[in-house]
Write a protein that binds this ligand. Sequence first.
Ligand SMILES: [Zn+2]
Ligand SMILES: [Zn+2]
Length: 363
Amino acid sequence: MRGLTFQGLNDVRVEDVPDASIEEPTDAVVRVTMAGICGSDLHIYNAGEAFGFAPGSRLGHEFIGTVEAVGADVTAVAPGDRVLSSCSVACGECTWCREGLASSCVRWSLFGWAPRTWQHGGSVQGAQSELMRVPLADTTLHPMPESLRGEDRERSLLPLVDVMSTGWHGLTAAGTAAGQSVVVIGDGAVGLAGVHGARAKGAERIVCLGHHAGRLETATALGATLVIDSRDDDEITQLVMEHTSGEGAHVVIDSISGPSSMATAHATVRPGGTIACLGMDHFMGKTPNVNWFDQFLRNISVTGGLVPGKRYFPELLGLVESGKLDPAPMLSHTLPLAEAAEGYRMMAGRVDGVTKVALRPGA
Ligand SMILES: [Zn+2]
Ligand SMILES: [Zn+2]
């Protein structure tokens, strides 16, 4: 079968890779109909060797598809079922899974990430491929609701697998409530998910900070009541204060989580407010500084963290079904799998009008 591999700095290729197959009785094999390229994949693209990626490593963790085969112990899904997959494998039984924190599962493994996270034998599976072996299929896969099946709905569903769930996780952890003000730092897919999720939670004022005209237009379409393209912290703070009755935001979603974005977060959050860190800049050595004076004197909370697998799928699917949520505009481009390298180039180069690229292995 065909699958995307990492080859070195800014070099990914679609090649022949071993066919996915059932290796454990709890496995399923899924034919991927749509897979996303994620901002975290770009970190591999730009610095994969630093993360331990060897040439030939498979990439991709965001996918939806059709169950092709199941092992003898799989009961929740059957061949032919349309499914969303969690971006990570989890057991559903351990303490952390039962507490809703599947990202800390004792058997947690992330698709398409460095071999050190993989606990399920065989090769690390990458979603930017024709087929995927899905370990612990009963608790890793989630059935697609009948009303949302069909090729035209896939663009609304793929973002739920990671970026929409990630944005929702930050908003939920920060206790976002109807009528509140939310500032979202960053106009990438997770930032847009923060904006769109804030609207679905009933936030009244939603500010998106970014530097890409096309993405900020999408932010407005997804619910932002103000977009700001500025690198001047004083100007940003002034505009946010003017938009929030001089108070600042109840919730700041920091989709970058580096030193500069954290300073902006502290400057725009209101007393008693919460900053949710969802970005990965700290993985690249750009560690954000929590302003501990501010945290103490103004009672600021800091939360966020890694998306807990498929925890929010039922809630988010319900919102898509009812028409309250439609993250499809986050996917700016859809390409055949064969053109995946071009998709990486477009996203990494922040080409105007490019937000997030989806790949269609069947196309
Ligand atoms: Zn992702
Ligand atoms: Zn578990």
